[in-house]
Design a protein around this ligand. Structure first.
Ligand code: AMP
Length: 545
């Protein structure tokens, strides 16, 4: 017997309709690329999104069509987050930090006919013009005063909006229809597209608003320090509309000073981003002699790559509840969140931080398990490590265009490529990306745990560990360290520090001091580059064997 409840679709447009009706006066603050600041309400955002939707329809954008963006976190980009899927089209956010060739591949593969971009990317768009043959319209996300002169081939975002009434009934769509497209970092082979649906997006937004999720609510003022082109800014724009949270969009400036000034100015209670952003913020505070206790945040989510324990600790000592979450483009992205259980709350702060520094527990809807090389399930005993597998209604079922063929196993599990252990309470600890694991004489060494240990040293600003060729052990760990300004520890000092924290055979064979570490386009350590650069380091240094 079937239930007799209404089968109303879960649509992105309903998030916007809700926020307009119930939280219309809640604010959206954006720093556009032209400078200055834009203060508008969620009601303004809803109206402008409808105008944007009308303009796109007038340009011929129909259901299923892709609209690509090359843009920072601005109020206009946020409006497209609703305007595009609202009319059944697909928002394809492209990371402008990628190489031109990668952008060309991704835009062409996504098949967009309309590209909306920020003014600073004009040269890039011009450079690619002839290599993006499908594009019919290029929209500059600016106002008429800032439009490049003599460019009749470009459309102006604000001019397009001004021509529309903003009166529109959003169409009723199939909730399983595609709403967004995002390409994975693609560390091997070509990037692959993950195609989100209205249903997966709305369900993911519920997770963000759960108390044991990201606890997002109307009481929050969120500084969006993760770009809108990085996995839908971890779902926060849609979740903010669901609960009416104020949203602060920092535009192109993600440096420590800009973030601190904006967060303070806007009374931001919550923020989220990759570790490098937070390391940059703390470095700025140290250099400027600002007490981190002046940070306005109550909560801070660190994700996207392993959050060093020392980083989480510094925020807690400043009164900010920093915590970790794990996910990937393929999981929308949030899958696990580190939340204290009741019995953790009685523990001393140090022990609580140990809990929050793990990748966290599965939220309802996400199923997890770890498997061995043969695909056999491994115990959740907090000791054994295996490949992390995930299943759930906001986990992909296949890549866009059928790339990679069938990506799920017979039971519907997606292999994440991450290596982890799961403890009996369900807390996941990620030990590595499978390609970053260091295989030394048949045993595995966790690069993440070594990096975490090094970051506990007061002179270490950033650390990366990669496996490099070794005559006897096939691979041994090599540690690259960026020192803090005016700090000069010797390699031996770092090794001694590590020897008190990790097994002896895990100790890096050498520590190399570097001025910078390569980052990917989403701000993560680019270990592929380091592996190539240092592959023969131990052999050529004559220490192999
Ligand atoms: P992307 O799809 O570009 O967001 O990359 C997803 C990958 O980032 C995951 O598969 C992990 O390897 C890594 N990642 C994300 N969050 C974390 C985390 N909290 N700790 C460690 N690695 C993470």
């Amino acid at each position: 017997m079937m239930g007799l409840m209404q089968d109303r679709p879960l649509l992105i447009s309903s998030l916007l309709t809700h926020v307009e009706q119930y939280h219309g006066d809640s604010a959206v603050v954006g720093i556009p690329c032209e400078g200055g600041a834009v203060h508008q309400s969620w009601a303004d955002t809803a109206r402008r999104a409808r105008q944007g939707a009308q303009a796109l329809a007038r340009l011929g954008v129909a259901q299923g069509d892709r609209v690509a963006t090359l843009a920072w976190n601005t109020h206009r980009h946020l409006e497209l987050y609703f305007a595009v899927p609202g009319i059944g089209a697909v928002l394809h956010t492209v990371n402008p930090r990628l190489f031109a060739e990668q952008i060309e591949y991704i835009v062409n593969h996504g098949g967009a006919e309309v590209l909306a971009f920020d003014l600073p990317f004009l040269d890039l768009v011009d450079q690619l013009a002839e290599r993006l043959p499908r594009l019919r319209h290029r929209i500059v996300m600016t106002d008429p005063e800032h439009m490049p002169a003599g460019r009749d081939d470009l459309l102006c975002y604000e001019t397009l909006l001004a021509a529309e009434t903003g009166t529109l009934d959003w169409p009723t769509l199939d909730e399983r229809a595609a709403s967004g497209l995002c390409y994975t970092s693609g560390t091997t082979g070509n990037p692959k597209g993950v195609l989100y649906s209205h249903r997966s997006t709305v369900l993911h937004a519920f997770l963000c608003c759960q108390a044991d999720g990201l606890h997002l609510s109307r009481a929050d003022s969120t500084l969006l320090a993760v770009p809108l082109f990085h996995v839908n800014a971890w779902g926060i724009p849609y979740a903010s509309a669901m609960c009416g949270a104020k949203l602060v969009l920092p535009g192109p400036k993600l440096d420590g000073k800009s973030l601190f000034d904006l967060a303070t100015d806007q009374g931001c209670t919550f923020s989220l981003g990759v570790p490098t952003v937070w390391i940059g913020l703390l470095r700025y505070l140290d250099e400027a002699g600002i007490d981190p206790a002046l940070l306005p945040f109550q909560r801070l989510l660190i994700g996207g790559s392993a959050a060093p324990r020392a980083l989480i600790e510094r925020f807690h000592h400043a009164g900010v509840h920093a915590f970790q979450a794990w996910g990937m483009s393929e999981t929308s992205p949030l899958a696990t969140v580190a939340t204290l259980l009741p019995h953790h709350r009685a523990l001393p702060l140090d022990r609580q931080i140990d809990v929050l520094a793990r990748q966290g527990r599965a939220m309802f809807g996400v199923e997890l398990r770890i498997v061995d090389d043969a695909g056999q399930a491994l115990p959740h005993d907090g000791v054994v490590t295996g490949e992390l597998m995930v299943r759930g209604p906001w986990v992909l079922s296949g890549y866009f265009g059928g790339v990679g063929d069938a990506v799920l196993d017979a039971d519907g599990w997606f292999a994440t490529g991450d290596v982890a252990r799961i403890d009996p309470e369900g807390f996941v600890t990620l030990t590595d990306r499978s390609k970053d694991v260091i295989k030394s004489g048949g045993e595995w060494i966790s690069s993440i745990e070594l990096e975490n240990a090094a970051l506990g040293h007061p002179a270490v600003e950033a650390a990366a560990v990669v496996g490099v060729a070794h005559e006897r052990w096939q691979e041994r760990p090599l540690m690259l360290v960026m020192r803090k300004p005016d700090q000069n520890p010797a390699a031996k000092e770092i090794i001694t520090f590590l020897s008190e924290r990790v097994a002896r055979w895990w100790l890096p064979d050498d520590v190399v001091f570097v001025d910078s570490l390569p980052l990917t386009a989403t701000g993560k350590l680019d270990k592929k580059v380091l592996r190539q650069q240092y592959r023969d380091y131990l052999l050529s240094a004559g220490t192999g064997g």
